[in-house]
Design a protein around this ligand. Structure first.
Ligand code: NAP
Length: 272
């Protein structure tokens, strides 16, 4: 490893870029080993004040100096931006990790060069508090060490899972990428229903949030499946049974299935 090189360079230091930088620094990486290329100079300066020593460079210089180059700009910016990095990437050969939704490793290799080692990641917004989960896919030139590097990078802000086929990234997007919004929707609906049932809004909010967080943690830590845990709180003739029956009558599982199919379809369209 050439110690003069930056360990990680972020093209784009918006929400996701900043979450990853914070994760790396919290995990012990010196800000001096991290670079950003960010056109919003106020944002770049604020980040350099937050992380003393963070290096700001033009995108091409960053691509030439970073061992791992993280593409964290909006997907629609990549078709114009990525080709401008091709010469630096072909020369310096960084591992490229892209978090851009819907952009395939093949498209990236088309812009950056066919030999580029690429890992694609789909993180989610709980990464902002270190509680994310990212789906990862290794492009054809990525080596085992590249997988480890990408896993460490995304692992700094949450859990990671690998998929074997790039096509599966659409399902990852529909599950964990968009998933936080489904859970927020459930939280909104339960809070509003509880308020209509007569609780103060703040009480409704507290009860709902703690229930969502507690149920998720119980499901994660238990050896029993979610279905078994649900059956356990559903006593015959009880209140939960009555509520679950209404969910069933109104087609809750079908609704979730249709919503996630729609998200998958949209992810395919965006990548087309
Ligand atoms: N946020 C999420 O939950 C999430 C989840 C999964 C995947 N992602 C992916 O992560 C990527 C970034 O999302 P985000 O939410 O972090 O977006 P964002 O907050 O808009 O960040 C993108 C940053 O890149 C900068 N930028 C634009 N053009 C650039 C260029 N030519 N060179 C260098 N930097 C440039 C933008 O600056 P300006 O503001 O000045 O344009 C902005 O600061 C997207 O591809 C998205 O699909 C995000």
């Amino acid at each position: 490893m050439n110690s003069a090189r930056l360990a990680a360079g972020f093209i784009g230091a918006g929400n996701m870029g900043q979450a990853l930088i914070a994760g790396l620094v919290n995990g012990g990486m010196a800000p001096e080993r991290i670079g950003i290329a960010e056109p919003d100079s106020a944002r770049a300066t604020a980040l350099q004040q937050r992380f003393r020593g963070l290096v700001a460079l033009p995108a091409q210089a960053l691509a030439a100096q970073a061992e791992t180059l993280v593409l964290a700009v909006k997907p629609q910016q990549l078709p114009t931006l990525a080709p401008t990095l091709a010469a630096a990437v072909t020369g310096a050969k960084p591992l490229v990790v892209s978090v851009a939704a819907g952009i395939s490793t093949e498209q990236l290799a088309g812009w950056l060069g066919p030999e580029t080692r690429i890992v694609r990641a789909m993180p989610n917004t709980p990464a902002l508090i270190g509680a994310g989960i990212a789906g990862l896919f290794a492009g054809k030139n990525a080596e085992p060490a590249d997988r480890e590097t990408a896993e460490r990078l995304l692992g700094a802000v949450g859990a990671t899972v690998w998929v074997d086929r790039e096509e599966q990234m659409h399902a990852v997007t529909a599950t964990s990428g968009s998933g936080p919004a489904y859970i927020f929707l459930m939280i909104e609906a339960m809070t509003e229903a509880a308020t209509r049932l007569g609780l103060e809004p703040e009480t409704a909010r507290q009860l709902t949030l703690a229930t969502a967080a507690g149920a998720a943690r119980l499901a994660a830590e238990s050896t029993e499946s979610a279905a078994e845990l649900r059956a356990r709180v559903t006593s015959p003739g009880g209140t939960t049974e009555r509520a679950i029956a209404v969910f069933g009558e109104r087609g809750f599982a079908d609704l979730v299935d249709a919503a996630m199919r729609a998200a998958t379809e949209r992810s395919r369209e965006l990548g087309a």
